[in-house]
Every structure is written in structure tokens, then in C-alpha cells.
Design a protein around this ligand. Structure first.
Ligand code: LMR
Length: 325
């Protein structure tokens, strides 16, 4: 008799499991599908739904369709979205240490950024917002930033008086002030129009964002400055994540790691392609920087490091510098 009940209970549980609705996971971001982040998000959907068939449904919302960058963090904390991947420039309010990624000319290239992110110091930063309810699932690359404007730029003095759109970052604000510019914090979705209508004169973006959002069509010049990095942290709501069934969390974690590796490959392989596409469109003129000009920009922006050393930590800055070869 006992066995009969146990069997019935087991069959009932299997039945429940079979018909249980999948967990819906909203993954929202602000860029186009073709960018490294766009591709990584779509890859995450593909992998997660394959690994956890019937258990999860991943809905990807690109191009600020669900939330813009001003609202997405709040939405994550409220549980209105489960995964977002803000640029590292947008975390200053939550953990000042992450401001390190915005320091101008700190990293020589994306490989150095990668080494720092993989280091013990870099990995520790993924957990630096746990107390605020945010868990970092991994870093994701985009690329080095280029400086564009409606005026030709060669030396730092050329930026004087120009209005530059910046992400919500105090370091980036200081960076443009250091060259006499007038920085304005604007959401990513507003950048094209702001450049087109002259609300701002210039901006800083990696090639994939420039091309996919057509910023080169509303800018006359792009200086190949590679003066900073634009990378992301993929994050989730700690309470939601910790509350998931263990097998689902494990599957999602695997899918996330693989999708990040995929996105990073896109970032590495396609940065040069996006640059070529911008050149082929023949809308904005490319301005290469010679050694003397590069030195002048570095020198002009260098005081920003000292300004933020207290908040970021001199040790962390040193650790990051060591990753340059
Ligand atoms: C920006 O606001 O410029 C970027 O953070 C957009 C993005 O997500 O790449």
C-alpha cells in the first residue's frame, strides 16, 4: 500500500515537472544585435534553452527596447529584468573601484584588459556589488574607444569648448574636463540624435557601436585614439539568482560562460571589420594619431588618475598597469 502511494506521489511530481511553465529570463541591453554584446546575448539564449530545455525561456531585448541604460539597473533590482550587461562605466554609483576601467590610457589594448579581468583583482570585482543585491556573472568585451567630433582633432587643445556626450561616469567627466571639453551625461539611446542636432559636438565609442548606430554619419571626424576601453559586466539580481533551482543555476552559469567566450571572440575578430565598414562608408574622416600627438593626449588626461586614486585604490591601478606588456 505504502509503495502504491509513493509511486503515485512520484508520478504526480514528474507530471508537475513536465507541465511546469519554464522560468522566463529577460536579458535586456542597449546596443544592436550585430555587436559583441548583442551576439553574446543571443548566444546565451540559444545555449541556455538547449541545456535547460523546457525549464527556461530567455527573452532578449536589444536596442534599449525594454530598458535604457538609465533605468536598467533599477529594473534589475526590482526584478523586472533578470540579466543586463551595462558598460563598466555605469557602475560608479555601486562600486567606485570599477571606475578603474574608465581611467584614460590605462590599458594599452584589449589583451591587457583581458589579463586584468582574469586576474585575482579583476575577478574579485565581480563580487564587489553582492551586498547591493547585484551578482557579476562575467566580463564581456566590446573594444577600445575612439574619439569623434564635428571638428578635426589632433592635439588636446582642439577639444577645448567642445561638448562631448559621455556615459554616466565621473571619471569620463573628468577626462573631458582635463582637455577643456564640456562633458554631458546622456543615455546611449539619445546619442545619435544629440550628435545629429548638435546638442553635443562629439562622443567616444568603440567601432561596433559607431557603425551599428551610424554615429559616423553624424560626425565629421573620428580620431583613432584608443584612449580607453568600453567593456561590460554581465550582472544579475543576487536574490533571484541564488533562489534558482541548483540545476538551472548551473546550466545558466555554463551557458553564460560560453556565451561570453563567444561574444569576446566577436569583439576580437570583428573590431577591425567594423572599422573597415566605417571607412568604406566614407562619411567621417579618420584621423590617425602620431606618437607626439598621442603623448600630448596622454599627458593632458593623466591627472585624472590621481584625482580618482583615492576612490579606486593605488594598488588596483598598479595591478592593472602590470597587465600591459
Ligand atoms: C554607451 O552608453 O556608450 C555604451 O555603454 C553602450 C553599450 O552598451 O555599449
Amino acid at each position: 500500500m505504502k509503495l502504491k502511494y509513493a509511486l503515485a506521489a512520484a508520478l504526480f511530481a514528474i507530471g508537475l515537472n513536465t507541465y511546469a511553465a519554464p522560468i522566463v529570463i529577460k536579458y535586456s541591453h542597449v546596443v544592436a544585435d550585430v555587436t559583441p554584446k548583442g551576439q553574446a546575448a543571443l548566444k546565451f539564449k540559444e545555449l541556455a534553452e538547449k541545456k535547460l530545455a523546457g525549464k527556461v525561456e530567455v527573452q532578449v531585448f536589444p536596442n534599449s527596447q525594454l530598458f535604457g541604460d538609465g533605468k536598467e539597473m533599477e529594473a534589475l533590482l526590482l526584478g523586472d529584468v533578470q540579466i543586463i550587461a551595462p558598460s563598466l562605466a555605469k557602475f560608479g554609483k555601486y562600486t567606485p573601484k570599477l571606475q578603474i576601467f574608465d581611467l584614460p590610457f590605462l590599458f594599452t589594448d584589449l589583451e591587457a584588459v583581458d589579463r586584468f579581468q582574469a586576474s585575482a583583482e579583476g575577478q574579485a570585482l565581480l563580487n564587489s556589488m553582492n551586498k547591493k543585491g547585484i551578482t557579476g556573472l562575467g566580463y564581456l568585451h566590446n573594444g577600445m574607444k575612439q574619439l569623434s567630433a564635428n571638428k578635426s582633432l589632433a592635439m588636446p587643445g582642439d577639444a577645448k569648448g567642445l561638448k562631448f556626450r559621455i556615459q554616466a561616469s565621473d571619471v569620463l567627466e573628468a577626462q573631458f574636463k582635463a582637455v577643456g571639453g564640456n562633458p554631458q551625461k546622456l543615455a546611449f539611446a539619445e546619442v545619435y540624435q544629440a550628435l545629429q542636432t548638435g546638442v553635443v559636438d562629439g562622443a567616444e565609442n568603440p567601432w561596433s557601436n559607431i557603425y551599428s548606430k551610424k554615429f559616423h554619419e553624424v560626425q565629421s571626424y573620428i580620431m583613432e585614439s584608443n584612449h580607453g576601453v568600453l567593456d561590460y559586466m554581465v550582472i544579475t539580481n543576487t536574490k533571484w539568482w541564488d533562489g534558482l533551482p541548483a540545476d538551472v543555476r548551473t546550466g545558466l552559469n555554463e551557458a553564460m560562460k560560453e556565451s561570453i567566450a563567444f561574444g569576446n571572440k566577436v569583439a576580437n575578430d570583428e573590431d577591425a571589420e567594423f572599422r573597415k565598414k566605417v571607412i568604406a562608408d566614407n562619411k567621417a574622416k579618420l584621423l590617425p594619431l602620431n606618437a607626439e600627438q598621442l603623448k600630448a593626449w596622454r599627458t593632458a588626461m593623466q591627472p585624472v588618475w590621481k584625482q580618482f586614486e583615492g576612490e579606486i585604490g593605488a594598488d588596483l591601478i598598479q595591478a592593472a598597469q602590470k597587465t600591459n606588456k
